[in-house]
Design a binder for this molecule. Sequence first.
Ligand code: CAA
Length: 381
Amino acid sequence: MRFEASEEQAQIRDMVRSLARKEFAPKAAQIDEEGRYPEENLKRLAELGLLGMLVPASHGGSETGTVAYAIALAEVAGGCASTAVGMAVTNMVGEGIHRFGSEEQRSRFLPALASGTVTGAFALTEPSAGSDAFGISTVALRDGDAYVLNGSKVFITNGSRAGVTIVMAVTEKEPKKRISAFLVLPGMPGFSVGKPEHKMGLKGSDTVSLSFGDCRVPKRNLLGAEGEGFPIAMTILDGGRIGIASQSVGIARAALDAATSYARERRQFGEPIASFQAIQGMLADSATELDAAELLALRAAYRKDAGAPFTREASVAKVFASEAAYRACHRSVQIFGGYGYIREYPVERHLRDIKVTSIYEGTSEIQRIIIARNLLGQGRR
Ligand code: CAA
């Protein structure tokens, strides 16, 4: 067992760390304040091959693998969490098309996603179907050489900018409900995008609802076989959850770094607050939990790269990392005291940004169900 990054992974980490610290972090507060999509950051990621990390070079990707991707995503998240979620979803969509798409779909979409010409989105959640993903009601009925989609989706990251959105819809209700996956493009008649959501955090990320009113999607845009959409969505989410675990680690490490520096500088009772054991205990707890979170994310990534089952490991990583990261961000605000509660310092943003990591791509409660089913021999394995 090796605990070091390979030479290539270390190079990627150093390159992305420098980019995130020098270019992304200085603008992150302003992006948050203005709720502005960090277009220029995504462009930089595309230039460096960081939007197609899970796509083969033959389709324009950098095929660095999931371990390198997890490392890079954590670094990006430390600089700008909104940029990280945009990066995560585009990589996830590219990988989904690579894994389940036809050769024609791969050639049509993967080079564009990897080069940043096109952004990806993943549309599963609906107003009445969040955790119960199988409960979706958007329908897709076959009509000649097309499917006609009717329904709506909510909370779709990258939704208003995506050049390609993977949309899940019900293609059969009886005798057994079956879901299929479609590649929906902007401009398809009947496809419309709602207003941006006003969120607690990740204010620079694009989160919208989508509507389908008799939206005709050509049959050639069916992703995978008809009726196979649910396992496709679950497989894509397994990989996505490694990304969210990494994003969590990156955000919380930035909060811990800020709190550590502040504790050295801030003086009370005649000495730096870093000399008080209460503060040291908080810093040590955060450092310990974030090390564990990072290792869990890397373990899941390693198993995925090795072709081993990783559903359980991805859920373990996500639930632990998102919750540990929340605790670390909370402690960082506590260390800053009153200054942690105002916008002058970054930790209040980190606390707002981290909250959603235990909600999106499957809540902590859903991750625990997946882990328990696996333990009880009821899950997939
Ligand atoms: N990989 C492949 N297939 C899987 C799978 C996996 N990890 N998990 C389940 N499946 C398959 C099963 O084998 C089963 O197949 P058959 O019908 O052929 O037997 C089928 O899917 C149904 O499985 P379950 O019986 O386990 O399904 P369920 O209804 O009990 O739901 C669940 C399981 C884990 C709770 C699932 O609904 C779930 O993950 N919910 C959370 C949804 C979620 O994560 N949403 C996030 C939205 S996307 C987002 O947030 C992105 C963003 O914008 C940032």
